[in-house]
Design a protein around this ligand. Structure first.
Ligand code: 13P
Ligand code: SF4
Length: 311
């Protein structure tokens, strides 16, 4: 049996679409019908005509698709593929924090559970966080969760003073400033690409700060031939595919004994699990109806503002 052909055949038979995030393994990105960052995946899910969405990414991405498409079947290859950032913000604790600041507008990064989104006013992704924050009057008091690094970065570029939830991603926290500087000394012409979930000291080294899609576009359009990439290393697959003549160097984590610049959750998605989940139509994402009813409001607000701003 050719597993890739079988996956394609089942997709045709079942009218299923495979969506993948840039952090999944290269072969998963290659078989997907659509590859994108968190914003693009949500936008695509909202408009797909498929009956089944197979979300090759992490759990909150499947949940977002299910909330946007309650009548479709949303499958994920591995339910254990969660997200350390989403887990750093338990909904009950976040709701307590929100209740302590009743006059604040609550902005949550898309990397949250549906239950956390249910106590949120506007969802953002790293593609639109700046513009959505800037669309609110300058004196609006804002709570931003859960990523303290992204929130701190947005505060620094907008002059806001948002209250930050103290969460972080286990991959993006670990990049080493010293090792990126060493690489810069070795390749002085290299451009440094940084995801805003990285710590402020790493962001300061960046030539470009942006979402996965923004970093990819920058690497395609910029005239540099060497790039040091401080985000999950799966993005290098798409960069190298788009620009085979350029050199992409994954920024090293502080601990050189581990593959800490890989998201262990994203890497749980394998070809065999993708095949099994299409065959069995399981595991399926379910979202509690009451939670979904609340969580769709801030997600739709994000999609509406993004559309208005042409993002
Ligand atoms: P993007 O929205 O930039 O794709 O990021 C998603 C993510 O999980 C980053 O760690
Ligand atoms: Fe979550 Fe970090 Fe993995 Fe992104 S890289 S999905 S934020 S754990």
């Amino acid at each position: 049996m050719n597993i890739k052909e079988e996956i394609k055949r089942m997709c045709r038979e079942k009218n299923a679409v495979i969506m993948a995030h840039y952090y999944t393994d290269g072969e998963i990105q290659d078989i997907a019908d659509f590859v994108g960052d968190s914003l693009a995946l949500a936008q695509k899910a909202a408009t797909t005509e498929a009956d089944i969405i197979v979300m090759c990414g992490v759990h909150f991405m499947g949940e977002t698709s299910k909330i946007l498409c309650p009548d479709k079947k949303v499958l994920v290859p591995d339910l254990e593929a969660t997200c350390s950032l989403a887990e750093s913000c338990p909904a009950d604790k976040f709701a307590e924090f929100v209740a302590q600041h009743p006059d604040h507008t609550v902005i949550s990064y898309v990397n949250t559970t549906a239950a956390t989104k249910a106590v949120t006013d506007i969802v953002v992704t790293s593609s639109n966080a700046r513009q959505i924050v800037e669309s609110l009057p300058q004196d609006t008091p804002i709570i931003f969760g859960p990523d303290r690094n992204l929130g701190g970065y947005i505060n620094s570029i907008t002059g806001r003073n948002m209250l930050l939830w103290d969460g972080a991603c286990h991959v993006h926290e670990k990049f080493s400033v010293e090792k990126i500087i060493e690489l810069k000394n070795q390749y002085p012409e290299a451009k440094v690409l940084v995801h805003p979930e990285c710590k402020g000291a790493v962001v300061k080294l960046a030539d470009k700060v942006g979402s996965t899609a923004a970093l990819l576009q920058y690497s395609i359009k910029d005239s540099a031939n060497v790039f040091i990439v401080a985000t999950e290393s799966g993005i290098l697959h798409e960069m190298q595919k788009a620009c085979p003549e350029k050199t992409f160097i994954p920024a090293p984590p502080s601990d050189s004994t581990c593959a800490c610049n890989e998201c262990s959750y994203m890497k749980l998605v394998t070809m065999q699990k993708l095949y099994d989940c299409l065959l069995n139509e399981s595991p399926e994402i379910h979202v509690d109806a009451e939670v979904a009813e609340k969580a769709i409001l801030p997600i739709n607000r994000m999609l509406e503002i993004s559309e208005k701003l042409g993002l």
